[in-house]
Design a binder for this molecule. Sequence first.
Ligand SMILES: CC(=O)SCCNC(=O)CCNC(=O)[C@H](O)C(C)(C)COP(=O)(O)OP(=O)(O)OC[C@H]1O[C@@H](n2cnc3c(N)ncnc32)[C@H](O)[C@@H]1OP(=O)(O)O
Length: 418
Amino acid sequence: MSLDVRPVTPSEIADWMKAVRTGFLTPLAEKPGEEVVADRFGDSDLSRMQGVFDEGRCVATFRSFAQQLTVVGGATVTADAVTGVTVSPTHRRRGLLSRMMATDLAAAKERGEVVASLIAAEYPIYGRYGFGPAAWAAEWEISVDRAGLDPRRSGQPTGGGRVEMVDGADVRKSGPEVHAALAARQPGVVDRGERWWRTRTGVAPRAEHEMWSEPFYVVHRAADGEADGLLVYGVDEKWSDAKQPLNTASVRDMIALNPAAERALWHYLCSVDWITTVRSGYRAPDDLLPLLLPDPRAARMVTHADWLWLRMLDVPRALEARTYAVEASLVLDVRDTAGLAGGRFLLDASDSGARCTPTTRSADLALDVAELSTLYLGDESVRRLVDLGRVEELRPGAATTADALFRTGRRPWCPDVF
Ligand SMILES: CC(=O)SCCNC(=O)CCNC(=O)[C@H](O)C(C)(C)COP(=O)(O)OP(=O)(O)OC[C@H]1O[C@@H](n2cnc3c(N)ncnc32)[C@H](O)[C@@H]1OP(=O)(O)O
């Protein structure tokens, strides 16, 4: 059987989309129509959309696109964002993913992209390609009755701010600006294009089977009237037999640019009549949420898992793009069996910025590119990786220096799935 691994042509995109849905166990009866295909992929770079064809049938899919990723300090790097990875159950474990990944990463390296990024469906898939989990996510379920909030005050922000219910059109106007302000300060954030805002506010063309339920949209405005927080949530319809409302609010999007807006939006949501349970959506594991409640035990962590995975493609540019908490130097021996990003590098971090250059000096730490990618956004401890045998400490004290350099006071957070 000869398998054709290649970029898709425009006329194959609908088949490719159908194959993605089969791979993700949500099959489609029909191929998506022209309008949906055009809206979804009309401006996509088809050279980055791979398919595997078996006698004309699409049996595997892989796509990447250019993404801006915020790193520590607020700068962005261009990431090769990988998505839509599927291999049909009839063609699994024959190396198709490995072939598509190798093609994509080589092209990304050639284009000069700094890292590759993805949200992994399952933990064991991507480490072998040099990816490491760089930002984790947590979700809480809040039992509103237990939270201890004063229902007379919790929907009313202090400090002159106010909470406003708005509609999808308002969110399409003010959301991108609030998100851009978040992206300028929050490591782990990825950019959202115009289409992102349209689909999340219900106005993108949709195939017939695709359901949309209108959420509630809320913004927080600071005392000067500027929007500094955004909350989008859906609510189910659940009543007890005794006619008591037992509704759950599930957060679809929640961005706050400062702790006052964050407090106001969570307190607002926990004060809506009928809502007895709030699902927070995926937040950074050190999110303020539980501690914003008088009784933090009212917030039960229901998910804590790896979320954003990164794979460095250019170590010097990646390490120079971020800032460091202290002034120090470190020599890193980076192994990369794929031959894309390995080498020995001297990282020199000072107040005026970081320099990272190839060196022949003896190394302080030796590690695989996947471990360096895991450390990149400050979410993992070097000491922990040394204890696990995944980083080699070649000079005593080097792990402590590396932790002082890489770690951050707050954890990175990627609010989006892509
Ligand atoms: C960014 C995203 O889109 S995440 C979504 C990923 N997609 C899914 O999870 C959908 C369901 N799964 C699939 O479609 C496929 O199983 C895939 C895409 C995960 C793997 O595709 P395959 O073509 O089977 O992978 P391939 O044959 O190249 O495997 C390479 C190696 O990875 C291993 N591997 C692949 N998938 C998995 C997995 N889910 N768990 C553990 N190991 C795996 C293989 O065993 C193989 O190991 P080996 O080299 O030691 O023999």
